[in-house]
Structure formats: structure tokens, C-alpha cells
Unconditional design. Structure first.
Length: 198
């Protein structure tokens, strides 16, 4: 099972994903390749695979990515080889992915559970971003423009989960994943004998 989770900056996606992973030990977070520099305390191969732009672009040319995107001027991509390795070891993969990546995944016909975490209102999202105190005015404007563009693509997703209450949002995403595990598309591969019933 592949779970794709998106949401604009400030919506609480990272916290939700962290808690959902804690509740599902057989679910592993996809480790993306990126051209951006590591932040303090980030580890190569754990948080991201940090590579040069030349290396990344060479991987794009070789078709090494399941999806890739340019986000705020940096390149991010998910290695097909890495995902298949995790799946061969019995893990389900959760992708922390932006709208560009979801569009690519859909265009390639990738199957999975697509979840968009949304704020209760666009004004509340702006308030949350402003209250973090990490954005200057230009950065805040840019992030809000990006958020509107991302949220306008809501129709790409199977589920829209509102993060009004963080605990309720976490529980809803967890419930969606549990339901997806029991979906016909997931179960038929595990129960091939059903095909033999006349």
C-alpha cells in the first residue's frame, strides 16, 4: 500500500505524519532526494538523500524517480529503487508529497491512497504561518500564493482531512489508512483465492 499525503505549509502535515507513522509500525516514510542543503540536525539517508543539482538532473534523465518536483527553487524526488526495496521488505510507504508530485503519480497511473490535509479556512492558515514567526513578509506572501495553488488542486485527492483539531486530524488520517488496508484493491492481492470462487 502506498499512502500519499499533501498539505500546504503551516497546515500541520509534518506533525500529523509523525504521529500516523508512530501508530503504524509497518508504514515507512519515503526518504526523498533533494538538492537543498541539509538543515541543522538533518542526516543524509535518514531525513533526505542530499545530492547536487547535476546528480539530481542526471537521475531525472535516467528515469530514476517515481515523481519529482521543484519546490521553492529546490528539487525533490522519490527514488523508484528505494520504494521498491522498502516494499520488498514488507513495508507500506507513506509519501510526504506536494501537488506537483501527486499530479505526476496520477499521470503515471500509480495506485494508492491520496490524502490532502487542509486548513479550516485560508485565513486560519495565514494566521498559523504568521504566528510561527519564521517567515518574513515576502516569504509569507509566497507561501500563501503556493498554498492557494495547492488547495485549488483538491480534486486530485481521494480524501480531504481538515486540521482544525490536531488530534482529530491525526485520528482521521489513521482511520483512512486503516480503511485503505481493507479496500478491495489492497485485499485482492492478499486473497488471490477469491478469484477461484465461481
Amino acid at each position: 500500500m502506498r499512502v500519499f499525503v499533501s498539505g500546504p505549509s503551516g497546515v500541520g502535515k509534518t506533525t500529523v505524519i509523525k504521529e500516523v507513522l508512530r501508530k503504524n509500525p509497518d508504514l515507512v516514510l519515503s526518504v526523498s532526494y533533494t538538492t537543498r542543503a541539509p538543515r541543522k540536525d538533518e542526516q543524509d539517508g535518514v531525513d533526505y538523500f542530499f545530492v547536487s543539482r547535476d546528480t539530481f538532473e542526471d537521475m531525472v534523465r535516467k528515469g530514476a524517480f517515481l515523481e519529482w518536483a521543484n519546490v521553492h527553487g529546490n528539487l525533490y524526488g522519490t527514488s523508484i529503487e528505494w520504494v521498491e526495496e522498502m516494499e520488498s521488505r514488507g513495508f507500506h510507504v507513506l509519501f510526504d508529497i506536494d501537488v506537483q508530485g501527486v499530479k505526476q503519480a496520477k499521470e503515471k497511473g500509480l495506485q494508492g491512497c491520496f490524502i490532502l490535509i487542509v486548513p479550516p479556512t485560508i485565513d486560519e492558515l495565514e494566521r498559523r504561518l504568521h504566528s510561527r514567526g519564521t517567515e518574513d513578509r515576502d516569504s509569507l506572501v509566497r507561501r500563501m500564493e503556493n498554498a492557494r495553488a495547492e488547495l485549488a488542486m483538491w480534486n486530485l485527492y481521494d480524501y480531504l482531512v481538515v486540521n482544525d483539531s490536531l488530534l482529530e486530524c491525526i485520528e482521521t488520517v489513521h482511520a483512512v489508512i486503516l480503511a485503505q488496508r481493507a479496500s478491495k484493491s489492497e485485499m485482492i492481492g492478499r486473497l488471490p483465492w477469491l478469484h477461484t470462487i465461481a
